[in-house]
Design a protein around this ligand. Sequence first.
Ligand SMILES: NC(=O)c1ccc[n+]([C@@H]2O[C@H](COP(=O)([O-])OP(=O)(O)OC[C@H]3O[C@@H](n4cnc5c(N)ncnc54)[C@H](OP(=O)(O)O)[C@@H]3O)[C@@H](O)[C@H]2O)c1
Length: 326
Amino acid sequence: MRANRIVMDRPGPPSVLRYEQYDVAAPAPREVLIRQTAIGLNYIDIQHRTGRYPLPDYPSPIGLEGAGTIEGVGGNVHEFKRGDRVVYSGMPIGAYADLRLMPADRLVPVPPSISDSVAAGIFTKGITVHYLIFTTFAVKAGDTILVHAAAGGVGRILCQWAKHLGATVIGTVGTAQKAELARAHGCDAAIMYTAEDFVGAVWRLTQGAGVAVVFDSVGKDTFEKSLRCLAPRGLLVSFGTASGPIAPFDVFELNRLDSLYVTSPAFVTHTRDRSELLRRADALFNAVASGIVKISVDRSYPLAEAARAHDDLQSRRTAGISILIP
Ligand SMILES: NC(=O)c1ccc[n+]([C@@H]2O[C@H](COP(=O)([O-])OP(=O)(O)OC[C@H]3O[C@@H](n4cnc5c(N)ncnc54)[C@H](OP(=O)(O)O)[C@@H]3O)[C@@H](O)[C@H]2O)c1
C-alpha cells in the first residue's frame, strides 16, 4: 500500500528531513497497521536527526510517537481490531508517517475522553513524567523541587503534576513569556536563567535550604549548577541533554557537596514491561481526564513541514506540546 513519510539520508540540519512516498507491507504476525492522525514531536527526534543518538542505517525513517486508528491486524493479534484507536511511543523508529506498521505489544488503547492529538502530544512526555515523579523520586507534599525547561513539553506536565502532589515547584525558563506560562502550569516561582543565575535564585527562594531534587533535561549548560542547588543528600535527575552532552565529572564532587545522588533514567527501562506501560498510561490518562494535568496542543505542523517543526523546537521557540499532522 502506498503511504507518505519523512526520511533522512544522513544526520544533519532540519533540511535533511525529506517527505517521500513509500510502500507499506501487509501486517506480519503480531503486527498492526495504523492510519495515523497525529504524531508526537519530541526532543529525542532532534537528537536522532543530528546524529547525537546515532541511527543504525540510512536512509532512515524518524519519529517514535503516534496515535491513530487501526486499519489492519496481522496473525495472532487478538487484543486489537480494525477501528480501534491507539497510541504508542518507542521503537521501531518511523512515526513520521501517515500509515505505518507497529508491533501490537507496544500499542495502548486511547480512552474516548482523549483526542488523538492530545494522546500523541502527551504519551511520551507524560509517561516520562510519571516515572520521574513516582519512581525515580517519589515527589510528596512538603518537597521543594527544581525543574529546568519548565515551560517545555515534559516540563509543563511535570510542574502541574508535582504541584498537585503538594510540592513547591521552582522552574527555570529561557524567556519572560515562558516564565508566565510556567507559573500558569504549576510553578510557584519561575527563574529566567538567561537573565539571572539560577543557583543564587534557588538559594534565595529556599532561604538557603536548597531543593530535594532537580529534574534536569538541559544537560551541558545546567548540570554542575544543578548540583549546587541541592540540599544535602539531594538527587539530581539528569534525563535529557538539550544543550549538549555533559562534561565528564569527578564523582567525589558528590561527597564534597554533602552526599548528593545523581541518576540518568531512560524511558525504555520504565516501559519495557507491558503491565508497567499500561499502568503508567492509565495514570496519565486519568490525570488528564481529572484535570490534574491540563493539556493543550500548542503547535500543529503538517507532516510535510517536519523540518520547520524541528527548527522551532531546537531553536527554543516552542513552549508546551507540538505535534505533526499527516
Ligand atoms: N530520559 C527520558 O526518558 C526522556 C524522555 C522524554 C524526554 N526526555 C528529555 O526531556 C527533555 C524535554 O523534552 P521535550 O520534548 O519536552 O522538549 P522541550 O522541553 O519542549 O524543549 C526543550 C527545551 O529545553 C530548553 N533548552 C535549554 N537549553 C537549550 C538548548 N541549548 N537548546 C535547545 N533547548 C534548550 C528550552 O527551554 P527554555 O527556552 O525555557 O530554556 C527548550 O524549549 C529533552 O531533553 C528530552 O530529551 C527524556
